[in-house]
Design a protein around this ligand. Structure first.
Ligand code: ZN
Ligand code: ZN
Length: 124
């Protein structure tokens, strides 16, 4: 693994904010000022290919990156905010219902977050 890939993996594993490539880029710059945005994209796609990170794609928002530790996501339909949800591992239960050998699953719940809810309540 290259130094940059190591740094990027570390940034993602230490972040709870589901950073975008651009946010990762800014953090990487602090460790390696020579880094360019293309470095980030190349390494993200390599790390993703190796199964070392997760990618969260939501319509209308840039891809976000996350650690691989088992957890699920609650996503606000308005602002795209992502909150981690710990539901426990449903693999066995789902597998029993579906009758297939599941490799993984990615549960995503859509919501309107409290902030956006407030905004829409205040809207005229
Ligand atoms: Zn929101
Ligand atoms: Zn997450």
């Amino acid at each position: 693994m290259t130094k940059n890939a190591e740094y990027i993996l570390e940034i993602i594993n230490n972040s709870k904010n589901h950073p975008t490539a651009e946010q990762i880029f800014l953090l990487l710059k602090e460790k390696n000022e020579k880094a360019v945005l293309a470095t980030v994209y190349n390494n993200l796609s390599w790390l993703y290919g190796q199964g070392l990170i997760r990618k969260i794609s939501a319509e209308g928002n840039p891809d976000r990156y996350d650690r691989t530790e088992r957890h699920d996501h609650l996503i606000c339909r308005c602002c795209g905010r992502i909150t981690d949800v710990m539901l426990g591992d449903l693999t066995a239960e789902l597998q029993a219902q579906l009758g297939v050998r599941m490799l993984s699953y990615d549960l995503r719940m859509n919501c309107i977050c409290p902030d956006c809810q407030k905004k829409s309540n205040n809207a005229p």
